[in-house]
Design a protein around this ligand. Structure first.
Ligand code: NAD
Length: 496
């Protein structure tokens, strides 16, 4: 059975375009609410069977899928490169990381989620206590275009491994990649455990109200709020992986070559369209000039151009936001040491290094999502930390320092911190990924990412009758006095 056999066909279609060339990459159906509901109904029917397979059976199925993706990763990467405009090498790296996460989720679900004994505590010592994490049922995944494989895979792989079926709505800019993932799953597993629906925001909205048991949303903060509001109607839980305004801190003992290189890659890789990309840098006064010289020298060598290391801006409307942030920074006293104002009609934005930008300007407070970075001098690490923590976003962060890395990292308000590296946390399957504040909540990746798509089921089993019977109307005043004595003995004395 295919994902679309039992459901109405879509009347309308849309196309995905290569943002670098304007060429049509693919044509896909615009799925309406009736279609989405039918797909979710299929997923619900399939959920029972998928759950009944158990951890071992699901692992086998996911390993089959993993092998298909790994064997055909060039094909997936080139489709992704055409739909987003990103260089083929970057698309390959993204695919490799997604495969690694799929492998980890499949092989660790049992260990993390299976029933395990926990201590019943002193007052309930007559009980055997245990907890297991059960699948929710059907998970709706709504994805962005910037990392159209890696980002949704952080939800899809973990939700599937945890025993859920999944309906995925990819971004309207990268529908082909979503369809490719669902097609290869069906090829490997032969069941509609993981299905895809395509279309614009309305199709995503339809998924939030189609009766799914959880929505995993990755995209902008503004859309995340709309998704959460829609889900509130039915008390459907949500994971929101939203935008970021990540800071990189350079301490006075940092390796400045490494810090400059990491800043440039963190800011301009994927043309800066990275949720956890580097958008702001705070540099210790003592090394500011030297760091800036190195960054500027490196940045001048990098060009955004067809076939280059920095590709086009995928979404045309994003160019206007990047232009506004640069123009505002320059109008308020900032200077562009590399790059500068973005010409009207441009699809490629040159790497841009901005200095002397006021802290309350858009380029420092709002997500730019382009290959731009602001560099700000700070007198010490206290000031760097205060400024780094000074936006409504809090997704990733980076610290460059030989000796103070951990001390600084521990004071940063962020879901993740990379020390002497950049975005390294995203490639480590055991680490949770997600944000705070306007960057969202909930976690993908790691044990937390598996548990995100489950609900805990607790069992307390009485092993023998308690010495003091508390949960009965037969409880006596004497037993209450005994309880008081025990609690005072346990908790009322001593220093701890
Ligand atoms: P977006 O919010 O425009 O769209 C995201 C998805 O939501 C798309 O599939 C879209 O069709 C769908 N959508 C739109 N309106 C909807 C609605 N009312 N209900 C349900 N779905 C709806 O975001 P985008 O431009 O595709 O992605 C870029 C954003 O994603 C950036 O802000 C970036 O920081 C963020 N992002 C975050 C992470 C993370 O893990 N935190 C990862 C990647 C991207």
């Amino acid at each position: 059975m295919t994902s679309t056999e039992a459901v109405p066909a879509a009347a309308q279609t849309f196309t995905s375009l290569n943002p670098g060339t304007g060429e049509v990459v693919g044509t896909h159906p615009i799925h309406d609410a009736a279609h989405v509901q039918a797909v979710v109904a299929t997923a619900r029917k399939e959920a029972e069977r998928w759950q009944a397979l158990g951890f071992e059976g699901r692992k086998k199925a996911l390993v089959k899928w993993r092998k298909v993706i790994a064997r055909r990763m060039d094909e997936l990467a080139s489709l992704m490169a055409r739909e987003t405009g990103k260089p083929q090498g970057d698309a390959l790296l993204e695919t490799a990381l997604a495969i690694d996460h799929l492998a980890w989720a499949a092989s660790h679900a049992e260990k993390v989620l299976k029933r395990r004994s926990v201590s019943p505590g002193l007052l309930m010592v007559n009980q055997a206590a245990s907890v297991e994490y059960r699948p929710l049922g059907v998970v709706g995944v709504i994805g962005p275009w910037n990392y159209p494989v890696f980002t949704p895979m952080g939800s899809i792989a973990y939700a599937l491994a945890a025993g859920n079926t999944v309906v995925f709505k990819p971004s309207e800019y990268t529908p082909g990649v979503g369809v490719w993932l669902a097609d290869t799953f069906r090829e490997a597993v032969g069941r509609p455990v993981f299905q895809v629906v395509t279309g614009y925001g309305e199709t995503g909205a339809a998924l939030t109200t189609a009766g799914v048991d959880k929505v995993a949303f990755t995209g902008s903060t503004a859309t995340g709020k709309r998704v959460m509001a829609a889900c509130a109607e039915t008390l459907t839980p949500v994971v929101i992986e939203a935008g970021g305004k990540d800071a990189l801190i350079v301490a006075d003992d940092a390796d400045l070559d490494e810090a400059a290189e990491a800043t440039l890659w963190g800011a301009a890789a994927n043309a800066g369209q990275t949720c956890a990309g580097v958008e702001r840098v705070y540099v210790h006064d003592r090394v500011y000039d030297e760091f800036l010289d190195k960054l500027v020298a490196e940045a001048r060598k990098l060009k955004a151009e067809p076939g280059g290391q920095v590709g086009p801006i995928t979404m045309p409307s994003q160019v206007d936001i990047i232009r506004r942030h640069i123009d505002d920074a320059l109008a308020r006293g900032g200077r562009a040491l590399v790059g500068g104002p973005v010409p009207e009609g441009a699809r490629f934005v040159q790497p841009t290094v901005l200095v002397d930008v006021p802290e309350d300007s858009a380029a420092i407070q709002e997500e730019t999502f382009g290959p731009t970075v602001t560099v700000t001098r700070v007198r010490d690490m206290d000031e760097a930390i205060e400024r780094a923590n000074g936006t409504r976003y809090a997704l990733g962060s980076t610290v460059f320092s030989k000796d103070q890395g951990m001390a600084i990292a521990e004071r940063l308000r962020a879901g993740m911190t990379a020390i002497n590296g950049v975005i390294s946390f995203a490639g480590i399957p055991t680490l949770p990924f997600g944000g705070v504040g306007d960057s969202g909540f909930g976690r993908i990746h790691g044990p937390d990412g598996l548990r995100e798509f489950t609900y805990p089921h607790a069992i307390a089993r009485q092993r023998f009758k308690p010495a003091i019977a508390l949960t009965t109307f037969r409880r006596t005043a004497k037993e209450e006095q005994q309880l008081t004595k025990v609690v005072r003995g346990l908790y009322g004395r001593g220093r701890k």
